[in-house]
Write a protein that binds this ligand. Structure first.
Ligand SMILES: NC(=O)c1ccc[n+]([C@@H]2O[C@H](COP(=O)([O-])OP(=O)(O)OC[C@H]3O[C@@H](n4cnc5c(N)ncnc54)[C@H](OP(=O)(O)O)[C@@H]3O)[C@@H](O)[C@H]2O)c1
Length: 295
């Protein structure tokens, strides 16, 4: 049987979680040759290719009707999207995972690009897909718990931890993003859909402190201020999705009924797993997660 669905990034944090949720035979693009494996729910076929160079992409997209493009990152996103689009047929549904804030974090200076260029890369890839003439769906998600845990773990290794002042996150669980993507992959193209974010907004400072407390460590946190417009926008919350319930109420009078219904649906469909719950779960295999509370 020929695969109907291709996943780029199917070997990554998110892709590995989406894979078992998809029915039938699924093709996974990777830069590193791997043996094919069968999982309980999907037969997985690996193809080798590189989206940055375009090598192997025509072969990877052969015969597929849906592509989940999950191989974005801080570099080459526009190029990767171009190579992908060029290799797909005009009726192929391209489903892209982007980041909340892709359209709201300004890139004016070198400092902006150096620190937060990822947002611009993701927006550039979104545009390539929107303008491709292919049917498309884009889901923007906030930062995954796993990524933030990686960052926090690294920072906790320092004797003094520099923390960009005022930076907040609305972390979301990668399993919840994977479920939403699987739903979208099996439905019709929807264009830009409602953002997917976690249930709480948490400062970087609080996130680090919760990790230190849970792992029984003490460190000095040193607030630092960065320059640039992108940092200023992030301090204003450009990387956060859902407004608080109160501001939704304030927004109500400015929305059409359809917009209001969509906003309420987005809130109902938002991620439910908090940072605290994720952290407790992640640390429990390595020891007790003292002092961490979950929902
Ligand atoms: N992590 C977050 O917090 C977050 C938040 C919002 C959106 N997103 C987006 O979600 C997507 C997945 O994130 P993730 O955390 O799962 O990423 P990840 O774990 O770093 O995985 C990256 C994946 O992309 C593939 N890849 C990278 N460069 C490639 C290339 N040139 N050609 C082909 N494949 C390539 C890798 O495959 P191989 O190594 O096997 O080649 C790998 O499977 C990304 O697009 C990211 O921008 C992430």
């Amino acid at each position: 049987m020929t695969a109907q669905i291709l996943i780029t990034g199917g070997t990554g944090t998110l892709g590995r979680r989406v894979l078992p949720l998809l029915p039938g035979r699924v093709r996974v693009l990777t830069r590193n040759p791997r043996p094919d494996t069968d999982t309980a729910t999907a037969t997985v076929e690996h193809v080798t290719g590189d989206l940055a160079t375009g090598e192997g992409i025509a072969h990877a997209t052969e015969g597929v009707s849906t592509v989940l493009h999950l191989a974005g990152g801080p570099r080459d996103d526009r190029t990767k999207a171009h190579h992908l689009v060029r290799a797909t047929g005009p009726r192929t549904h391209i489903l892209f995972i982007s980041v909340v804030g892709a359209d709201r974090v300004p890139m004016v200076s070198r400092v902006d690009r150096a620190m937060f260029g990822y947002f611009a890369e993701q927006r550039a890839a979104e545009r390539v897909i929107e303008d491709s003439g292919r049917p498309w769906t884009t889901l923007r998600a906030t930062q995954f718990h796993d990524l933030l845990l990686l960052v926090v773990r690294k920072l906790a290794g320092l004797p003094v931890i520099p923390v960009p002042a005022g930076v907040r996150f609305q972390p979301v669980d990668a399993d919840e993003v994977a479920s939403r993507l699987a739903e979208l992959a099996l439905g019709p193209p929807r264009g830009l859909v409602a953002d997917l974010a976690g249930p709480e907004v948490i400062s970087m400072d609080a996130m680090i402190r919760s990790y230190l407390k849970a792992t029984g460590r003490t460190r000095l946190l040193l607030p630092i201020r960065l320059g640039g417009r992108a940092y200023a926008a992030i301090r204003e919350g450009a990387n956060l999705a859902a407004p608080t319930h109160a501001s939704r109420e304030n927004d109500r009078s400015f929305r059409t009924e359809a917009e209001q219904a969509e906003a309420e649906q987005a809130e109902a469909d938002g991620g439910r797993i908090s940072w605290g719950r994720f952290l407790a779960g992640s640390l429990s295999s390595a020891g007790p997660a003292a002092g961490v509370t979950g929902r």
